[in-house]
Design a protein around this ligand. Structure first.
Ligand code: FPP
Length: 236
C-alpha cells in the first residue's frame, strides 16, 4: 500500500431501512429509526479506523416523492438526531457539514443544522457530512450557474475554466473526493450521489440492510478496499 491508497473518505448510500422493517413486520419508520442508530455507530467507527471524512446520503432530492408522512418522519428524526448528538460530535472532535440544498429543508431542521455546524466548526479531527436534499446533477447544475454568473460579472474568463474551477464551485469545495463508496441492501446503483466526486472511488456493494451494517460489516468493506489495486487510469 502506498500513500495514495490510504482511506481518507468513505461515502455511504444507507439503503434498506424499509425492507429491514418489513422483514420484521414493523412500520417503515422503525427501519429509519434503526438506521439513525447506525449513524451514531459510524461516528464511533470513524475514530476507530482513523477515517477523516464520512459522507452519508440521508435524504436525496428524489426522496420528496415519498409519502408526506414518511418525509415528515425523516425530518423529525434528523432534528432529534441533531439534538441528541450535538454534544457527542463535539466530544469526539467531529465537525458536521451538509451537502445539498439545505435551505429548502424545513426551518426547524435548518436551524438545528446551522447550530450544530457552527458549534462543531472548531477543534475537530473528523468530518461527518450529511447529504440532505442532495442530488449530484443538481450540484453540478448549481455549480454551472455559479460559474455562469461569475462569467457575466467578468470574474471568470470562460477560456480559463478547468476541472478545478468546477470542483471549486461544488457545494463543499476543498473536501477530498471519497476513496470508497458503500451501498447497502443489494442495490448496485449510485442514484445521483456525488456524481463528480466518485469518479475514481472504489465501489463496495453489500446485501446487508443499513440497520444491520455494523462495525464488522464496515471492517469487511475497508478490507476489500485495501485489497484492491487502485490505478487512477495510469499507475501500473
Ligand atoms: C433508504 O432506505 C434510506 C433513506 C431514504 C433515509 C436514510 C435515513 C436514515 C438512515 C436515518 C436518518 C438519518 C439521520 C442522519 C438521522 P429505504 O427507505 O429506501 O429502504 P427500502 O429501499 O428498503 O425501502
Amino acid at each position: 500500500m502506498d500513500k495514495t491508497d490510504s482511506l481518507k473518505h468513505i461515502a455511504i448510500i444507507m439503503d434498506g431501512n424499509g425492507r429491514w422493517a418489513k422483514e420484521r413486520d414493523l412500520p417503515r419508520s422503525e427501519g429509519h429509526s434503526a438506521g439513525a442508530r447506525r449513524v451514531i455507530d459510524i461516528m464511533e467507527s470513524m475514530r476507530k479506523h482513523g477515517i477523516s471524512y464520512v459522507t452519508l446520503y440521508a435524504f436525496s432530492t428524489e426522496n420528496w416523492k415519498r409519502s408526506q408522512e414518511e418525509v415528515s418522519f425523516l425530518m423529525d428524526l434528523l432534528a432529534q438526531f441533531l439534538d441528541e448528538n450535538q454534544q457527542k460530535l463535539k466530544e469526539n472532535k467531529i465537525r458536521l457539514l451538509v451537502t445539498g440544498r439545505m435551505e429548502e429543508l424545513p426551518e426547524f431542521c435548518v436551524e438545528r443544522l446551522n447550530k450544530v455546524i457552527q458549534s462543531t466548526s472548531e477543534d475537530y479531527q473528523y468530518t461527518l457530512i450529511l447529504a440532505l436534499n442532495y442530488g449530484g446533477r443538481q450540484e453540478i447544475t448549481d455549480a454551472v450557474r455559479k460559474i455562469g454568473n461569475k462569467i457575466k460579472a467578468g470574474e471568470i474568463d470562460p477560456d480559463s475554466i478547468s476541472e478545478q474551477t468546477v470542483a471549486d464551485h461544488l457545494y463543499l469545495p476543498g473536501i477530498p473526493d471519497p476513496d470508497l463508496m458503500i451501498r447497502t441492501s443489494g442495490e448496485e446503483r449510485i442514484s445521483n450521489f456525488l456524481l463528480w466526486q466518485l469518479s475514481y472511488a472504489e465501489f463496495y456493494f453489500t446485501d446487508i440492510y443499513w440497520p444491520d451494517f455494523d462495525d464488522a460489516e464496515l471492517d469487511k468493506a475497508i478490507n476489500t478496499y485495501y485489497k484492491r489495486n487502485r490505478r487512477f487510469g495510469g499507475r501500473p
